[in-house]
Design a binder for this molecule. Sequence first.
Ligand code: SAM
Length: 221
Amino acid sequence: MTASRSATVDEFLEALLGKDEALASALARSESENLPAIAVSALQGRLLTLITQIAGARRVLEIGTLGGYSTICLARGMRSDGVLVTLELDPHHARVARANIAAANPGAHVDVIEGPALDALVEMIETGSAPFDVVFIDANKDQYPQYLEAVLQLTRAGSVIVMDNVVRQGAIADDESTDANVIGVLVALKAIAGNQRLFATVIQTVGSKGHDGFALVRVMT
Ligand SMILES: C[S@@+](CC[C@H](N)C(=O)[O-])C[C@H]1O[C@@H](n2cnc3c(N)ncnc32)[C@H](O)[C@@H]1O
């Protein structure tokens, strides 16, 4: 399937399942505030909502907020007494995300924490944060191995970890790649594969966001 064909199918399916005005407004605000158009697609966002719904999630961690599109999707599937912590380096992205999340009013309480994600993760580990039920990793790919290592200290048996952009237009299958993002993702995937506590798969995705994929990981013990 060509890229334009898969994007057309994405649009068709998005319309079929029902356009979402709150998410459309969040995207419009993000665009008008000059944020890059790198949020998950509408169909991918629905997958995130389904995952937090299926998990019955009360505590969700997101690494990489951007304008809060995926945050809203994750929060919508959570229990109403839930708490979502989302980590964002860029203060402007964080500001736009807070406005988008407030306007969408997704139910669960959302904390947008500004600064390098790894600093926040280390602080959560050191202060004995309660475990998260679902974690979505979607920030800078070169640090995916460190994010994974930290997240394994912030989860419990039964938690679900989702990592975005792990196929990278197919570059992930190139073991010789010198791209720091590909290397970061590959090191993280190898760590998952070699960890007896984890069970995982990778779902390749095509559509409006090109050829990429999600790693879906369950902490088993
Ligand atoms: C792909 S975007 C996130 C998209 C968002 N999850 C969505 O689907 O709506 C990645 C975000 O990670 C942020 N980021 C990059 N490096 C970071 C870091 N070291 N710590 C925290 N956030 C970071 C970027 O500023 C950007 O907003």
